[in-house]
Design a protein. Structure first.
Length: 66
């Protein structure tokens, strides 16, 4: 399990919910830890809606807003 780094605002970027990346994080349920290796494993097929939303979050481009 890998910890999701977040800013003091509780989001993984400084946009605080105003960009695609932070909205994808919200839709994924604001996970604190992700089993990253299982999601990037070849042939991974998400079985639940939560897994689908976390996979979508992992595929979302980081906003790079400073």
């Amino acid at each position: 399990m890998i910890e999701v780094p977040v800013y003091p605002s509780g989001y993984p970027c400084k946009c605080n919910g105003n960009c695609d990346y932070s909205r994808a994080y919200e839709r994924a349920g604001k996970p604190r830890f992700i089993d990253y290796e299982s999601y990037v494993k070849k042939g991974f097929v998400p079985a639940t809606n939560r897994e689908k939303s976390i996979l979508a979050y992992l595929k979302t481009t980081y906003c790079l807003k400073k």
